[in-house]
Ligand binder design. Sequence first.
Ligand SMILES: NC(=O)c1ccc[n+]([C@@H]2O[C@H](COP(=O)([O-])OP(=O)(O)OC[C@H]3O[C@@H](n4cnc5c(N)ncnc54)[C@H](O)[C@@H]3O)[C@@H](O)[C@H]2O)c1
Length: 341
Amino acid sequence: MNKLRVGIIGGGRIGKVHAQSITNLVPNATIVAIADPFMNENLEKWAKDKGINETYKDPYDIINHKDIDAVLICSPTDTHTQLIQAAAKAKKHIFCEKPVDTDLKRIDETMKVVRENNVLFQIGFNRRFDHNHSAVRDAVLENKVGDVHVIKVTSRDPEPPSPEYVKVSGGIFLDMMIHDFDMVRYLSNSEVKEVYATGAVLIDPEIGKAGDVDTAMVMLTMENGALAIIDNSRQAVYGYDQRTEVFGSKGCAKVENDRKSLIEVSTKDSVESQKPLYFFLDRYIDSYANEIIDFINSVQNGAEIKCGIEDAIRPVEIALAASKSLKEHRPVLISEVALSK
Ligand SMILES: NC(=O)c1ccc[n+]([C@@H]2O[C@H](COP(=O)([O-])OP(=O)(O)OC[C@H]3O[C@@H](n4cnc5c(N)ncnc54)[C@H](O)[C@@H]3O)[C@@H](O)[C@H]2O)c1
């Protein structure tokens, strides 16, 4: 089989992670080129070391490249929709980082272009490809927990981002909790109907001045009747706290944090175990590889895309409903913000 020829747009944190996954783990794909407007000697050297021979400043050199079959869009969120539309028109298959955008109208127009051009599209909700969370989902699908009653997601970062980042991030719901909104849909196998959000600035007043909260809780009512709760904090002093639980009529499935080792030392004074892995690049590194392997398998072998167009749109609707709920101090129906009411 011919190798899939990939181009990467954006050579920052996540672009490098995906490039590394392909280079190290995917023998049936090759990275032809990487583009970044801030391409410099360091990034060029990094690319050459990874066996990527072509480097560009202009992302359109990737999009219009005749020897590229699929693009990975790993640039900042506000560049995604324009690049997706151009890539789809150039008949490239597309993997795009989350969130696809923060504006539902722009997302809708963009997804229309993707459909019209009949290219594959995957959105980067990597936690679906994590060994723990996917095991909880499997338990739900295998009916081990019965009818789903409660979904709980705890998601806390070890350290807050800078206020400058917060200002351009779209806020905690679109930037951080968006992963958890996806998780709730994924674990419950249902859609969100109503959202009730509350939030506070408890960690860094500068985050408040930047117009965001650093601590948030959201209660969700699902279309299948289940209830969900998500809690986010921008600072958990013990590390990246990532736990999920689904409780239902027949039982409960839950996962605790991943640790470097599972050792627990018990003495007369205490019971000690390892802290959670520090942050997302430690905790979720395998899931980033798994999602890219899956995308490449879909393009090459026609396997179903596991995280596609609907999965790109719904969490943004939920995030916008959560922002509205926080602002207006009331539960908000998804139908109040969704384009298709
Ligand atoms: N799935 C996840 O867990 C996860 C984790 C981190 C980031 N992300 C997402 O990935 C995207 C990038 O985040 P990051 O943390 O890698 O950011 P980053 O700032 O580290 O990297 C972004 C790169 O894109 C480049 N860039 C800027 N404008 C560009 C353009 N028009 N075309 C091409 N490249 C451009 C920048 O120079 C930079 O090198 C964001 O959408 C973010 O939300 C997802």
